[in-house]
Ligand binder design. Structure first.
Ligand code: AMP
Length: 177
C-alpha cells in the first residue's frame, strides 16, 4: 500500500465541527481516483481470504469504501444507520457520547448465522460508534465479525474499547486526540 500517497492527500480541518477537533476529511481521498483505487486495493488485499459474506458500513462515510469492497469480495453490503432511516424491521443499540447518547440501527434480516461479517467505518476515534455497531451485529449471531477502519487516531487508544479477541485493523494510523 502506498501510505505516502494516502497520507499526503488526507486533509486535516482544524476546529471542525467544534473548536479543538482536528477533523480528518476522507473526502479529500475519495475525490482522487488514484487514492480511491489505492484504498480499495489495500482493503481487498487485507480481506480477500477471510470468507467475508457481508460488509457492514456505518452511516455515512462507511458506505463509500464499504460498498466498493463488498463488490470486490463478492459479498453483500449492509448499512447501519441513524434511527428512523431504515424502512423494514430493525434492531438498535444505544451508546454514550461525550454529550448524551446516540442510537444506531440495522435491518433485523440483514445478517444471519451463516454470515462472516466485516464492519467498516472511515475513522476510529474513541471507538464508541464501532463498539455499538459490533454489539449490534453480534445480536444477529453471525459466524464471525471483523472490524476495519481506514484511519486510526493513535492518541485516543480507541482500540482498547474492543474485546481482546476482536479482529480490529486500520489501513493508516495518524496522530490525533
Ligand atoms: P468514535 O465513536 O469516537 O470512534 O467516532 C467515530 C465516528 O466519528 C466516525 O464515524 C468518524 O467519522 C467520526 N469522527 C470522530 N472523530 C473524528 C475526526 N477527528 N476526524 C474525522 N472524523 C471523526
Amino acid at each position: 500500500m502506498n501510505k505516502d500517497l494516502l497520507l499526503s492527500n488526507l486533509r486535516n480541518i482544524p476546529d471542525f465541527p467544534i473548536p479543538g477537533i482536528q477533523f480528518k476529511d476522507v473526502t479529500s481521498l475519495f475525490k482522487k481516483p488514484e487514492c480511491l483505487k489505492e484504498l480499495n486495493d489495500a482493503l481487498y488485499e487485507l480481506y480477500k481470504d477471510c470468507g467475508i459474506t457481508k460488509v457492514v458500513g456505518i452511516e455515512s462515510r462507511g458506505f463509500v469504501m464499504g460498498s466498493a469492497l463488498a463488490i470486490r469480495l463478492n459479498a453483500g453490503f449492509v448499512p447501519i444507520r441513524k434511527p428512523g432511516k431504515l424502512p423494514a424491521e430493525t434492531i438498535s443499540e444505544s451508546y454514550s457520547k461525550e454529550y448524551g447518547t446516540d442510537t444506531i440501527e440495522i435491518h433485523k434480516d440483514a445478517i444471519d448465522e451463516n454470515d462472516v461479517v466485516l464492519i467498516h467505518d472511515d475513522l476510529l476515534a474513541t471507538g464508541g460508534t464501532m463498539l455499538a455497531a459490533y454489539n449490534l451485529v453480534k445480536k444477529l449471531n453471525p459466524k464471525n465479525v471483523m472490524i476495519n477502519f481506514l484511519i486510526e487516531l493513535d492518541g485516543l487508544n480507541g482500540r482498547a474499547i474492543f474485546p481482546e479477541d476482536a479482529d480490529v485493523q486500520s489501513l493508516l494510523t495518524v496522530e490525533g486526540d
